[in-house]
Design a protein around this ligand. Structure first.
Ligand SMILES: NC(=O)c1ccc[n+]([C@@H]2O[C@H](COP(=O)([O-])OP(=O)(O)OC[C@H]3O[C@@H](n4cnc5c(N)ncnc54)[C@H](O)[C@@H]3O)[C@@H](O)[C@H]2O)c1
Length: 270
């Protein structure tokens, strides 16, 4: 059901890779709610060719941009400005760790890989907002959201250096959000999402166990990617104008639960 929550709003959506991607779901919902947007992803992701399908379904243009390249981002924001003038929302739905990909344990991290992962997964958020602010492309009360994970706060085996990337990402949201709010009334938040079955999620060592544990240990169970998309839409809408600089848990209560009865039942002594 559509509520027209984003009627007339324009934006940029980073990170839709395939139908499983959280950003893919956000794009479909944003379209349903009346938004227009540019879809963007790294050149290598575009070569896989699936994004065209989403572009068709949502009537969007696709612009290639590697978030580690200022040149690519400049081009993306110039094209966005040409098409829309100003915009109202940005979704940063990007994560990548070479240490995770290469299955290098956290305590044995390779530092070149570490730096690359932090650059793509966290510093890119700063870069995107820096360019947006310099170009003054955001309308007042615009909303910028990035996706995070509870490994920023809690030690979670297998999440590796992505934990550090997410801590930095959340800090950037808070700090940039302060300046962006003060100067331009733009809000910046992160959503800390439940484990979700996507390409990035499945790359984490022991992901299925992590997914099942979180599902068991949240009173409401894991939040789906569709539910995450709904939450993003509320943050892009005018109904959440005074929410900024927050890390918002969208996890069925996992972050506030030590243990559920469901989980405890696995440990009964016999
Ligand atoms: N899947 C989960 O369990 C989960 C849980 C919490 C948070 N998140 C976060 O959600 C976000 C989206 O991930 P997803 O789970 O939808 O997986 P996904 O694999 O579908 O999305 C990750 C995206 O990052 C893009 N990307 C990687 N390197 C890039 C670069 N250099 N330039 C531009 N884009 C690049 C990929 O192409 C891909 O589209 C990530 O920030 C992820 O950490 C995921």
């Amino acid at each position: 059901m559509s509520y027209n929550l984003l009627k007339g709003k324009k934006g940029i959506i980073f990170g839709a890779l395939n139908v499983d991607s959280i950003a893919w779901k956000v794009a479909l919902k944003a379209h349903e709610e009346g938004a227009e947007f540019i879809l963007t992803n790294a050149p290598v992701a575009l070569r896989m060719g699936e994004l065209d399908e989403l572009a068709k379904a949502t009537g969007s243009d696709v612009v290639s941009a590697d978030v580690t390249s200022m040149e690519d981002l400049e081009n993306l924001f110039n094209k966005t400005a040409e098409k829309f003038g100003k915009i109202d929302f940005i979704l940063h739905s990007i994560g990548m760790s070479v240490n995770v990909r290469k299955k290098i344990p956290y305590t044995e991290s390779n530092y070149d890989f570490y730096a690359k992962g932090i650059d793509i997964s966290a510093i890119s958020f700063h870069r995107v907002m820096k360019i947006a602010k310099e170009k003054d492309i955001m309308n007042e009360w615009g909303s910028i959201v990035a996706l995070s994970y509870i490994a920023a706060q809690l030690a979670i085996p297998g999440y590796n250096d992505m934990s550090d990337a997410k801590s930095l990402l959340e800090s950037i949201a808070r700090t940039f959000g302060y300046y962006y709010g003060l100067d331009k009334k733009v809000r910046v938040n992160t959503i800390s999402q439940s484990p979700t079955k996507t390409t990035a999620g499945n790359g984490i060592k022991g992901f299925n166990s992590l997914y099942n544990f979180a599902n068991s240990n949240s009173p409401l169970g894991n939040a789906s990617s569709e539910a995450c998309a709904d939450y993003c839409i509320t943050l892009f809408s005018d109904l959440t104008k005074y929410v900024t600089m927050q890390n918002l848990y969208h996890d069925g209560g996992f972050s506030k639960t030590a243990v559920t009865d469901r989980t405890m039942s696995h440990f009964e002594e016999r």
